[in-house]
Design a protein around this ligand. Structure first.
Ligand code: 26V
Length: 834
């Protein structure tokens, strides 16, 4: 922690102002006068007259000007790393959910004041200009957003780190809602030139595959036995640390066909065929897989994962070899973190490089591989644990299969030696799942082939160790640890909620921005009436701003005087948006039964995407939308209850909604949500949590004190223990409010023109055993809700708890998480850029 504090202090002394002094165009000339950076970009990049440009050109010109300012610093950073040759971290991830970059980069460069002044002076609409930037939606949800927060923390803490990912042309699909149903549209976020990326074709790498591909009637077909190769073209994006001293790199790979033109096919008249090959190669990185729980049958996804691994390892080994002649130095110079099993082919690829290219012996290669790699698990859902058919390895990666089978051979020998006669254990630990289709278990490969395996919250790490991969944890207990997730306070407080950030800074100084533990200093201010009023005012303003934005963009009117109660995340049965829906139906029933009931008026916000093939999740979206429609149309509850399903949940929407929320719903079935990270963002922004004892919510409640949380429901042990006997019918038969809510839904009250529409919900909740325990938790959810509403009536008491929550949120900064990875897994230290 001391180290983290020192880093924090160092990065606060602004390096960027020195830089600007060196740079010919200081901040004042960023826009405005002749010859300023901005106008030069408009003139020379876009060839437009600055007097008549639209907002998109303005956005591009400002972004390019900002990039100019940081580019020198970006070069210096890489030079410092080359000069000092420190141990570096490489974060391999199939997803980086970055969102927008302009305002965040300007903030981290500490140029916000200067840019705002210039923009205002020119009479431009800053907010409209920011809206021109598309979200870089290169991820599905928590796992991808965590990777983006980690990059921010690593750069802020001046760690020599780099992210590696894929340059998807299409990010997570765009969601629209029509007649209550989700529709997916392609997110062509790169349609316009992206001002942040720098293509580096001179650093391309070649990836060899054991087969070829062709496009047959729209899908990719494999031609076995015909080896082929692909090119990986790197596109670099700057990652500016807070204070602007370090600018790290996120390197995204795009696939391309090798430049060898098939002259044979060409001269045989197959010009189109030869070009089609190019298109086939390029299609590999075309699109992000939008299903975050299963990869079954997705051959293209398997090739994508190998492509990421092969390109990144080739690149980082090339960099390592430039400065180090001895392969044995590898783990002293490089730490590779695998973000879930998605890049876990790295185990076999690094072995291949060390065996076939470095010509090391097996034992040496194995040692170096294990010491270099570390793996993070992000889910215990069995359907999300990757297992790839062995047949795919045979066709595409035969050498990797040899290596994996040899690793397995050694592993099973060790198991048999340590546990003689325990065939069941050997079968469970094996890297190969036998049965109809033989598959490689990627989590087992990642655990066996690395020196560290971690979960992302205490409860998750414990369940991982004691349940999901118990046999491996028994065998290698020292490899397992916990690293509770965190989020960056730069984007999630300072950028998203500047009014709150200013109030906090006025009270305790600005040290919290890079050392969130300082939030503790707010604790005594819970008893300060003036501070409580300031906090309340910030929330009121954020709510009004959100309401204005919603009204102007979509026409939907919400009342900022109502309690804003939010649940925003991917739609999944285990996250239980349906439980939240049932709560709303119960509250609605109470008002229908007793129209004079005094209740605090409330607005319930839902947002989130369903995987395109997850029909039940899509039906849940439809249900929530119908609930919204019916409640809107019912004069009995008008002005007292409102439900809003916000379409197209993304980083930018989270930045608007979270600061405006009073209540955060974190209500997964205990034991299923690995950590959650929106829970932390809500806490920092002064929302109180209604939640189950799951994921990091448990640690958040511990930090704030359980009386400052609204916890309810079964614990993970109780969920596991209820497996033999749980019967949702009991709740239906014995709880009048539960029964009335379900009866209302199944009477088609919310589906008047679509009778029977919600039959599948009845099946899930009553007929098929309610796997996720909705009915078991509904009454205690309502009790917790009641307690929360009671507190809301006492505005001073509410503000007190809000402050105590913000004060306790320090532990949930991704800086703390990264400090733990750096010292306990990576053994890397900051490398300050002079
Ligand atoms: C899995 C798959 C399966 C193959 C097809 C594509 C795909 C894409 C993503 C995933 C990952 C799902 C795991 C995940 O996102 N876990 C979330 O990680 C967060 C960060 O650690 C954590 O806060 C959430 O609780 C956890 O659900």
């Amino acid at each position: 922690m001391n180290e983290q504090r020192a880093i924090a202090r160092a990065s606060r002394t602004s390096g960027i102002r020195d830089l600007l002094r060196q740079y010919e165009c200081g901040p004042i000339q960023l826009t405005g006068t002749n010859n300023a950076l901005y106008e030069r970009h408009l003139m020379f990049d876009n060839v437009v007259d600055p007097a008549v440009v639209g907002p998109r050109e303005r956005f591009e010109a400002i972004a390019r000007s900002v990039r100019d300012i940081l580019s020198q610093r970006w070069l210096h950073t890489e030079q410092a790393y080359q000069n000092h040759n420190p141990k570096r971290v490489y974060y391999l991830s199939m997803e980086f959910l970055i969102g927008r970059s302009l305002a965040n980069t300007i903030m981290n460069l500490m140029l916000d004041q200067a840019v705002r002044q210039c923009v205002d002076r020119n009479g431009h609409d800053w907010l409209a200009l920011l809206e021109q930037e598309p979200d870089a939606g290169l991820g599905n949800g928590g796992l991808g957003r965590l990777a983006a927060c980690f990059l921010d923390s690593m750069a802020t803490m001046q760690l020599p780190a780099m992210g590696y990912g894929l340059r998807y042309e299409y990010g997570i699909f765009r969601q629209s809602i029509s007649d209550g149903w989700q529709h997916e549209e392609a997110d062509h976020w790169l349609r316009r030139p992206d001002p942040w990326e720098v293509a580096r074709p001179q650093e391309q790498v070649e990836v060899r595959l054991g087969c070829s591909f062709e496009v047959r009637s729209g899908s990719l077909a494999v031609i076995p036995g015909e080896p082929s190769s692909l090119l990986g073209i790197p596109y670099d994006r700057p990652v500016v640390g807070y204070g602007g001293r370090t600018v790290n790199t996120l390197r995204l790979w795009a696939a391309a066909a090798p430049e060898v033109f098939d002259f044979h096919a060409f001269s045989a008249g197959d010009f189109v065929g030869a070009l089609a090959e190019r298109l086939t190669a390029e299609s590999l990185t075309r699109v992000l897989y939008p299903d975050d729980s299963t990869s079954r049958g997705k051959g293209l996804r398997f090739v994508q994962e190998y492509f990421l691994v092969a390109c990144s390892l080739a690149d980082l080994v090339r960099r390592f070899r430039r400065d180090n002649s001895d392969w044995h130095a590898l783990p002293g110079k490089i730490a590779i973190q695998l973000n879930d099993t998605h890049p876990s082919l790295a185990v076999a690829e690094l072995m291949r490089i060390l065996l076939d290219e470095a010509h090391l012996g097996w034992d040496e290669a194995w040692d170096l591989t294990r010491q270099t790699l570390a793996y993070t698990n992000h889910t215990l859902l069995p359907e999300a644990l990757e297992k790839w058919p062995l047949r795919w390895f045979e066709v595409l990666l035969p050498r990797h299969l040899d290596i994996i089978l040899k690793i397995n051979h050694h592993l099973l020998e060790e198991v048999r030696a340590r546990y003689p006669g325990d065939a069941g254990r050997a079968e469970r630990i094996s890297l190969v799942e036998e049965g109809g289709v033989r598959r490689i278990r990627m989590a087992n490969l990642a655990i066996v082939g690395s020196h560290s395996t971690n979960g992302v919250a205490a409860i998750h790490s414990k369940l991982l160790r004691t349940k999901t991969v118990k046999d491996l944890a028994d065998m290698f207990p020292d490899r397992f640890s916990n690293k509770t997730n965190g989020v960056t306070p730069r984007r999630w407080i300072r950028l998203a909620n500047p009014a709150l950030a200013d109030i906090i800074t006025q009270a305790i100084g600005d040290g919290w921005i890079t050392d969130l533990a300082e939030m503790e200093k707010l604790r005594p201010l819970a008893d300060d009436a003036g501070f409580r009023e300031a906090i309340r005012r910030a929330k009121r303003d954020a709510k009004s701003q959100f309401a204005d934005w919603l009204k102007s963009g979509s026409g939907v009117a919400v009342d900022p005087a109502t309690i804003f109660d939010s649940q925003v995340k991917r739609i999944h049965e285990y996250k239980r948006q349906l439980l939240n829906g049932l709560r709303v139906v119960v509250l609605y029933n109470r008002l229908r039964e007793n129209p004079d009931l005094e209740i605090a008026p409330r607005t319930f916000f839902f947002a989130g995407k369903a995987a395109p093939a997850y029909n039940l999740a899509k039906l849940i979206i439809k249900f929530l939308n119908n609930l919204a429609g019916t409640i809107d149309g019912d004069p009995a509850v008008r002005g007292r209850l409102k439900v809003v399903f916000l379409p197209e949940y993304c980083v930018s929407l989270a930045e608007r909604l979270i600061p405006a929320s009073d209540v955060s719903n974190q209500i997964s079935t205990a034991g299923y949500e690995a950590s959650g990270t929106s829970n932390m963002k809500f806490m920092m922004n002064g929302a109180l949590t209604l939640g189950t004892r799951d994921g990091a919510t448990i640690e958040m409640a511990e930090a704030a004190g359980e009386d400052n949380f609204f916890l309810f429901g079964l614990t993970a042990e109780q969920v596991i223990g209820s497996q033999g006997w749980y019967d949702p019918r009991w709740h239906y038969d014995n709880e009048p409010e539960t029964r009335a809510a379900l009866d209302l839904i199944f009477s088609d009250h919310f589906s008047r023109y679509e009778p029977g529409l919600f039959g599948p919900l009845r099946d899930v909740l009553l007929t098929h055993g309610d796997h996720y325990r909705h009915l078991a938790d509904l009454t205690s959810y309502l009790d917790a809700d009641q307690r929360l509403i009671k507190l809301y009536a006492d505005q001073e008491g509410w503000a007190r708890k809000v402050i105590l929550n913000i004060a306790a949120s320090g532990r949930f900064s991704s800086d703390r998480t990264i400090a733990e990875y750096a010292s306990e897994i990576w053994d890397v230290r900051p490398c300050p850029v002079p």
